[in-house]
Write a new protein. Structure first.
Length: 460
């Protein structure tokens, strides 16, 4: 393999960040660098070069599955320390990737969302009960914290029949705290200064990852040997399903890696996406009114509507709001590809086989194809007509190709339903005049975003 070096990339700006390091917001740092140097650049840290792109033509080229494939880069290699060959972090050629992908795909087909719908609704109702209490008490709700409670309980119950009971706790479930620390470790490990001692951070990481594994073993143990072993959810498939072509099954170590992967991938990004959507709605009264109108058209002034599966499919404007939030802040903000053979990226950037490129989705989502005001929150960018008129690779919050997000429909169903239920029920008050502060723990969240709530009345 040839490590990427800026010396072989004539014309691509090189920005050496060794003096400051990437800090705690590496994604926003590269966004800033691209605003200054353009949407293609090499970031140099301690002599190591990484190529970042946000340019539409290059991203479209990288989506060519015949010439490029997913790259498990340094950040994901760090995540592999606790998810190993789970779907997200598996190398393309590890047999367990294709095996697990083929076994689990049916569980994520659009029709399967019908199966998860009742559980998603149940957890949405838990969140509403908790927000009703806050509204009565006149207390603010912490949006990202509560969205995380909601998404963790949903994936736990829908995927594994396991109840994290997050709304019964004042603090986040310890699984979340350990997971966030593991993700932070994976991120900050990239920024280490050679020669310094990080053994305390590494020991803390090992404790946290051992705890994650222990929770996962509990999740699996509470299922195996019961009459629910073959239940039709993710865990049921993992424990019993045979590969459609060769009849093989997943081994115990891989099941553990998949459960941990799904518990993390299945909640962290969706919770950020919901939080950004609520942030933009709280700041944009016209968009808020339109989502409310859409929900009201379905549920009128019913106090406790129980959305049906089909109704969620009719919440098209709500879905546009989510897409627009994911455009501005795609919560899994970067993904990487490597060249399968020596090639010219976009016909102009020479890459050797194995060399990697990272796509910075937040900058792709601000390219000229999005018009003159890409910073403006405008859900009308996602009407069916607008989408049809735009190049397909202009919007990539879920990655690309066969390694794209398997849980996309799951996330969108869960988030669309909850968003509509919330705006139907509450007036959202930006009581603290919140100034956006995006926290990075590999994924993105609007940190410290709180709202106060009052029930809507027929007059609202
Ligand atoms: C992969 C984003 C929700 C499970 C990915 C990738 C992205 C992504 C960008 C590709 C990563 C890469 O190329 O390296 C998101 C976003 C979500 C979301 C923005 C929410 C808004 C979910 C949910 C689940 C899930 C709800 C599970 C229920 C996965 C898995 C993979 C993946 C297992 C790896 C797939 C593979 O490589 O075979 N996601 N995701 N994600 N996602 Fe999601």
């Amino acid at each position: 393999l040839h490590p990427l070096s800026a010396d072989t990339l004539p014309g691509v700006p090189v920005v050496d960040i060794t003096a400051t390091g990437p800090g705690r917001t590496p994604i926003q740092q590269v966004m800033g660098l691209m605003r200054e140097h353009g949407p293609v650049l090499v970031r140099r840290l301690h002599g190591r070069d990484a190529l970042f792109v946000g340019d539409l033509d290059l991203v479209a080229d990288l989506a060519d599955e015949k010439r490029f494939a997913k790259h498990v880069g340094p950040a994901l290699e760090n995540v592999r320390e606790f998810t190993a060959d789970g779907l997200f972090t598996a190398h393309n050629d590890e047999p367990n990737w294709a095996r697990a992908h083929d076994i689990l795909m049916p569980a994520f087909a659009l029709g399967s969302m019908r199966t998860y719908h009742p559980v998603m609704l149940k957890v949405a109702q838990r969140l509403i009960a908790s927000w009703d209490r806050a509204a009565r008490a006149g207390e603010p709700v912490n949006v990202p914290d509560d969205m995380t409670r909601m998404t963790l309980d949903t994936i736990g119950l829908a995927g594994f029949g396991y109840d994290f009971g997050s709304f019964g706790r004042d603090e986040a479930h310890p699984f979340v705290e350990s997971m966030v620390r593991c993700l932070e470790w994976a991120m900050t490990r990239l920024a280490r200064t050679p020669g310094q001692d990080y053994s305390a951070a590494d020991a803390a990481f090992r404790d946290d990852s051992a705890y994650l594994a222990q929770v996962v073993d509990d999740v699996i143990a509470s299922r195996t040997g019961t009459d629910q072993t073959g239940a039709e959810d993710l865990l049921g498939l993992m424990l019993t399903a045979e590969h459609p072509a060769d009849g093989t099954t997943l081994d115990a170590a891989n099941i553990r890696n998949q459960v941990i992967t799904f518990l993390i991938a299945g909640h962290e990004t969706t919770s950020g996406a919901m939080s950004f959507a609520l942030y933009y709605l709280a700041k944009h009264p016209t968009a808020l009114q339109l989502v409310q109108r859409e929900a009201d058209a379905l549920w009128g002034d019913r106090a406790d509507p129980e959305p049906t599966y089909d109704e969620v499919g009719r919440l098209t404007y709500t879905r546009q709001v989510l897409n627009e939030a994911l455009r501005l802040w795609p919560t899994a903000a970067a993904f990487s590809r490597h060249a399968l053979e020596d090639t010219l990226l976009g016909g102009r950037i020479p890459l050797r086989a194995g060399q990697a490129v990272s796509v910075l989705a937040p900058m792709l989502h601000r390219q000229p194809v999005w018009g003159d005001n890409p910073e403006l929150f405008d859900p009308s960018r996602f009407t069916a007509e607008a989408e049809a008129a735009r190049p397909v690779h202009a919007f990539k919050p879920f990655g690309t190709g066969e390694r794209a997000c398997i849980g996309r429909q799951f996330a969108l169903h869960e988030a669309t339903m909850l968003l509509a239920m919330l705006v139907h029920r509450y007036r959202l008050h930006d009581h603290a005049d919140y100034a956006l502060h995006v926290k990075e723990t590999l994924t993105l969240k609007p940190e410290g975003f709180t709202l106060t709530l009052t029930p809507r009345t027929a007059a609202d």
